[in-house]
Structure formats: C-alpha cells, structure tokens
Ligand binder design. Structure first.
Ligand SMILES: Cc1cc2nc3c(=O)[nH]c(=O)nc-3n(C[C@H](O)[C@H](O)[C@H](O)COP(=O)(O)OP(=O)(O)OC[C@H]3O[C@@H](n4cnc5c(N)ncnc54)[C@H](O)[C@@H]3O)c2cc1C
Ligand code: FES
Length: 332
C-alpha cells in the first residue's frame, strides 16, 4: 500500500491499492481541496515532488500538457504507483464529518419522476451517515470511473440512499441504471463526499436553487433543515428550474408531505409551453426578482449544470450575498 507524505509538514497517509490520492487523504481525515471528484473542476491539483502516479481517467478535462510539464496532477484521478511526496492546497473545510468509505450497495428500485429524472434507491449495510447536500460516487463493473450523485434523503435511514438522477442521452451509467439494472443488482457506493452540506448552526433564511438534476441535494437540505428544527426560526425558499412542463414533478411526493406549508416552493421554466402561468425565465433571475433585498442576508445552496451554478454565483454576488454563505456543486 503506497504511503503518501505531505511535503509541508511530513504528515503521512496510506493509499489503498487502486485508490486515488484525494480519496486516500479524505479517508484518513486530511483536508485536501476538491469539488467534482471526476477530473473536471481542477480544484484538487497537487504537485508531485517525488514518486510516480498515473491518472485513473485518461485525459481528464481539467488537466493539460502544462500541468504535466510542471509535474502537477489531479488528486481525484492520481493513483500512486509508488510511495509519493506531494505539495497541495490544504483545506480543513473539505474534511467530511463522516469519513468516506467504499460500500457494496443493492439496487432497490428505479422510479420515474419527470420526463428524464428518476429516483434511484440503494441499500447498504453498516454505516450510512452523511450530511444533507453531500454526494456519493456510484460505479458498476464494466463502466470506467465512478459517477457522483447527490443524496436526496437524510443519512441514517436504515441503510437507504435515495438519489434523483437525470438520464444523460447515450450516458453509460444512467443508461445502465435506467435500462439494464434490476432490483437486487450490486452497485459500488463510495462516499460521502462534498462540502456543500447544510450548515445547521445558522438562523438565517435558506435559499435553495436546483436546476434539473440539481434537485437531489436541495431536497436533502430542505429535509435536513426541517429535521434540525431550523424552519421554526427561519424561512426556506426552494427554487427549482426546468425547461418545460414535462420537467415538473409532484412536490409533495418528492419533498415529503411533512414539509408542506414549511417551505415556499417555486418552479420556474425556461421554455414553458402555452398555458403555463407560473414563473418563467432563468432560475437566478427568478430567485432575485422573487426575493429582492431579502436575498443578501440569506444562506444560499445551489446545484446544477456548471453554467447555471456560475450564473447563480454572479447573481448572488451582485445581490450582496457574502461568499462564505454560498454553498454549491457544479454538475459535470
Ligand atoms: C458533485 C456532483 C454531484 C452530482 N449529482 C448529481 C445528481 O444528484 N443527479 C444527477 O442526475 N447528476 C448528478 N451529477 C452529474 C452526474 O455525475 C453525471 O454527470 C452523469 O449522470 C453521468 O451520467 P452517465 O454515466 O450516464 O453519462 P456519461 O456521459 O457516460 O458520463 C460521463 C461523465 O462521467 C464522469 N466520469 C467519471 N469517470 C469517468 C471516466 N473514467 N471516463 C469518462 N467519464 C467519467 C465524468 O463526469 C463525465 O462527465 C453530479 C455531478 C457532480 C460533479
Ligand atoms: S478535478 Fe479533481 S475534484 Fe474536480
């Protein structure tokens, strides 16, 4: 098992066979900056001082020739072939309360919720703790690489992990889950990961924005806020964005009827068909126009395609939301 030494202070951790340096560090409770876990954001870049690594994903989008020349690698993709000495940006905020671990999960069900989003339910035995807003990497034999999916439920529900997953046209894992997999099949689940988890020690109003599949972690955060009693002290505004009416879903079924009346839910459509009387346009503008000055003091959580996440950041910045009150995942 390769040992990794952090150049700055000599701290060491072991990396299990085939594991990546980022995941080895996080499993050991060490904070290394990251976000997507799939080689797309570049936040986990580190410098290799000594030793040899190879990337699990050939040609990850966030890595280039310049990185190679400077001996910089992506922590989420770099698998050590020898003991290594590395330099990286430490980030205590990335240490998960529940350290990530590999688990064998059983597929319980796949239920269609909108034209292309289905609820996928998995069951594991052993530890099932995670924070609302976190994600897990799901993988199956024959498909290279784990895919990140955010949980929609709360941790500690008898080993049940619920995900709201959007079908990707010609997508490898979503095609497998939606078309081929059967209840009882095994799925590898690695997690929890992610730093956009619910801050439950805060009395500020909560604003959630989920675009398409970004719905999943927002549902978990809404449920977590209710479970923590936060909605007795603060308002929760939940904005969900889709293209047309076929992207809408039964809100009570997805959020749970116990949240009815405690949450202000707004669905906004960017390309509504004739007859739609609800909000229309892009989600950041809908949230800004609905909340006005109230936005600046709120805590924001958002998830969805990278372009949407960037537009929300810009809107929130202009509205005066402090950066340490914005928590988000960009979906790649
Ligand atoms: C933090 C985070 C949370 C997410 N949460 C959700 C969610 O809750 N619901 C949801 O629907 N989607 C979510 N996504 C998006 C989701 O992970 C995938 O992009 C999508 O479902 C991939 O589906 P696919 O395998 O069918 O498509 P494909 O097109 O086959 O998948 C390609 C994607 O798989 C990933 N990948 C990982 N390893 C490899 C590899 N070795 N080779 C190629 N690609 C690789 C890359 O991200 C790539 O973009 C999330 C993404 C991120 C980053
Ligand atoms: S590229 Fe490694 S965490 Fe995003």
């Amino acid at each position: 098992m390769p040992t990794i030494t952090i150049d700055k202070d000599g701290t060491t951790f072991d990396c299990a066979e085939g594991d990546t340096i980022l995941r080895g560090a996080l499993r050991a409770g060490l904070g290394m900056s990251y976000s997507c876990n799939v080689g797309s954001c570049g936040n986990c870049r580190f410098e290799l001082i000594d030793g040899e690594v190879e990337h699990a994903r050939t040609d990850p989008p966030a890595w280039n020739e310049r990185d190679l020349k400077r001996n910089r690698w992506l922590g989420c993709q770099a698998v050590p072939k020898t003991d290594c000495r590395i330099k990286f940006r430490p980030d205590a905020g990335s240490i998960s309360r529940d350290l990530p671990a590999q688990r064998k999960a059983t597929l319980v069900s796949v239920t269609q919720m909108t034209r292309d989003i289905s609820e996928v339910v998995l069951k594991t035995s052993g530890s099932d703790a995670f924070r609302p807003g976190q994600y897990a990497l799901l993988s199956v034999p024959g498909i290279a690489g784990g895919r990140p999916y955010s949980m929609a439920n709360l941790g500690g529900e008898d080993g049940i992990w619920r995900f709201l997953i959007k079908r990707i046209p010609s997508g490898a894992l979503t095609g497998h889950l939606f078309d081929t997999a059967k209840p009882g099949d095994t799925v590898q689940l690695d997690g929890p990961y992610g730093t956009a988890w619910l801050r439950d020690d805060c009395d500020r109003d909560i604003v959630l924005l989920g675009g398409g599949s970004g719905l999943s972690p927002m549902v978990s955060i809404a449920r977590g806020a209710a479970a923590a009693g936060m909605l007795d002290r603060a308002k929760l505004h939940f904005f969900y964005g889709g293209r047309g009416q076929a992207d809408l879903f039964d809100v009570d079924a997805v959020l749970g009827s116990d949240l009815a009346g405690k949450v202000t839910f707004t669905a906004g459509l960017s390309e509504p068909e004739a007859g739609w009387t609800g909000a229309s346009g892009l989600l950041p503008a809908i949230a800004r126009d609905t909340l006005g000055d109230g936005l600046a003091e709120a805590r924001l959580y958002f998830a969805g395609p990278a372009a949407m996440a960037q537009a929300v950041q810009l809107m929130a910045h202009e509205a005066g939301v402090a950066p340490d009150r914005m928590h988000f995942d960009e979906f790649y």
